[in-house]
Design a binder for this molecule. Structure first.
Ligand SMILES: [Zn+2]
Length: 270
């Protein structure tokens, strides 16, 4: 498959460890307040086991870093659930398994791809969300956590209202996504994209990525999006260095979406 990897992962800089160190040092210098910041990782398009998925889970497990996993309900089966669960089975408190749409297909005839966009009726959207949640709950039981990541980080206002009405605890989209969620319904946004970057020039890819990380960490809540199918060895090596550096920072807390929802509901910081 050509074009599978973003250009920056085909041309990583030789001094990545130093660049990560400097980027996080600068971000923490800019971080206001004594409480420090929070960092979460969200891995999308989960359901099918495979070598890259296992490698990803083993990396987070080895470093004891929490990971939020957005699972596509229609692609998950009982057998697949047992497989994807296996590499992190002994560390279940690190993981936040949650819902990523229903089938992850586009229903819009023009404009950007959306599974839950303006082209669909209220009842179709509600049915798909319910079906997806029911399926994940049946397969994952207590491991399912009711947070919703819409495919392509996009959905319309009625979807947000339906999610709130169905007692989901939060949505997770990209930073600055429109429309805004209803009052009292948190959007725990990602603001760093590691693997679906569009820059064709690797150098601008790296510059933009480090700028995103710096901005995200210094904002107090850094959400890092992962697409394991689009990771090559360079992307795994970078992630390992990033996890290693982040875990050693006393001013940063590594959390998952459940930790962030719990903190939001109790009105305190994590
Ligand atoms: Zn997706």
């Amino acid at each position: 498959m050509t074009g599978m990897f973003s250009s920056l992962w085909l041309s990583p800089p030789p001094n990545t460890a130093f660049l990560i160190q400097r980027c996080l040092d600068e971000a923490l210098d800019r971080l206001d307040g004594k409480d420090g910041g929070r960092v979460f990782f969200r891995a999308d398009d989960i359901a099918v086991p495979g070598k890259k998925f296992t490698r990803l889970m083993e990396l987070f497990a080895r470093r004891r870093v929490p990971l939020s996993l957005a699972v596509v309900p229609s692609r998950l089966t009982g057998k697949r659930w047992r497989s994807v669960q296996e590499p992190g089975r002994k560390l279940s408190s690190l993981w936040c398994w949650h819902q990523h749409g229903w089938r992850h297909i586009n229903h819009e005839t023009d404009g950007k791809k959306q599974e839950f966009g303006p082209g669909r009726s209220f009842s179709d959207i509600r049915n798909d969300i319910t079906r997806g949640g029911d399926r994940l709950e049946r397969l994952m039981e207590k491991d399912f956590y009711p947070v919703f990541t819409p495919p392509w980080n996009r959905c319309d206002r009625k979807t947000l209202e339906i999610l709130m009405d169905l007692s989901y605890l939060a949505v997770s989209r990209s930073h600055g996504s429109k429309p805004a969620p209803p009052d009292g319904f948190p959007d725990i946004a990602v603001n760093v994209d590691l693997h679906t970057r569009k820059e064709t020039d690797p150098r601008s890819g790296w510059n933009h990525l480090f700028a995103e990380i710096r901005q995200a960490v210094s904002s107090g809540c850094c959400g890092i999006m992962i697409h394991h199918q689009q990771m090559n060895d360079a992307a795994f090596a970078f992630l390992e260095l990033l996890l290693r550096n982040l875990s050693g920072r006393k001013r940063l807390q590594l959390v998952n979406l459940k930790d962030l929802c719990d903190a939001d509901r109790s009105g305190r910081s994590v």
